[in-house]
Design a protein around this ligand. Structure first.
Ligand code: CMP
Length: 143
C-alpha cells in the first residue's frame, strides 16, 4: 500500500488547522498510520529541503520550518501521494484553487500550511527523516 509524508507546518499548527487538515484526509478515505507534534532539527530541515539548497529562500525556509512545532504524519492509501498533492493545492498562493487546503486557508507562498511528498522516492526519504520504523502503525479497518 502506498504511503506519503505530510506535515502541517508551524503556521498551520499556530492557526489551529491540524484538526481541519486531518479531517480532510480521513474523509477522503486515507488511513493515518503515524503522527507526532515535534520540533524539527536544523539537520532534519536541511535534509528535507536539500533540493532547494542554493536558492535565495533556502535559509528562510529552514528558519521557518524549525521555528515552532510541526505536525508530522504518515498516511496510507491508493494513490495517496498524488491525490494528497491535489488536495493540498499549488505551492504558489495565487494558483491554489478554492477547495484545496492552500486555496481555502493560505494567502502566502511561504506560509503555505502543509507539505506533501511529491513522489514515491521523496515519500520514502521524508518518512525515514522524521519517523522511526516502530512509529509507523500497521492496522486493519475492522469497523
Ligand atoms: P513546499 O512545496 O512544501 O516545499 C518547498 C517550500 O518552499 C514551499 O513549500 C514553499 O513554502 C517554499 N517556497 C517555494 N517558493 C518560494 C519562494 N519563492 N519564496 C519563499 N518560499 C518559497
Amino acid at each position: 500500500m502506498e504511503q506519503t509524508f505530510l506535515m502541517v507546518k508551524p503556521d498551520g499548527v499556530q492557526r489551529g488547522l491540524i484538526g481541519e487538515i486531518v479531517k480532510r484526509f480521513e474523509q477522503k478515505g486515507f488511513q493515518l498510520v503515524g503522527s507526532k507534534l515535534m520540533l524539527i532539527t536544523r539537520e532534519q530541515a536541511e535534509y528535507h529541503y536539500a533540493e532547494h539548497k542554493g536558492k535565495d529562500f533556502f535559509e528562510m525556509l529552514v528558519n521557518f520550518i524549525t521555528s515552532g512545532p510541526v505536525f508530522a504524519m504518515v498516511w496510507e492509501g491508493d494513490q495517496v501521494i498524488q491525490l494528497s498533492r491535489t488536495m493540498i493545492g499549488k505551492t504558489n498562493a495565487l494558483e491554489a484553487t478554492p477547495g484545496t487546503i492552500r486555496g481555502d486557508f493560505a494567502v502566502h507562498t511561504r506560509l503555505n500550511l502543509i507539505h506533501g511528498s511529491d513522489s514515491p522516492e521523496s515519500a520514502e526519504r521524508e518518512i525515514n527523516n522524521f519517523f522511526r520504523p516502530e512509529e509507523i502503525m500497521k492496522y486493519e479497518k475492522n469497523v
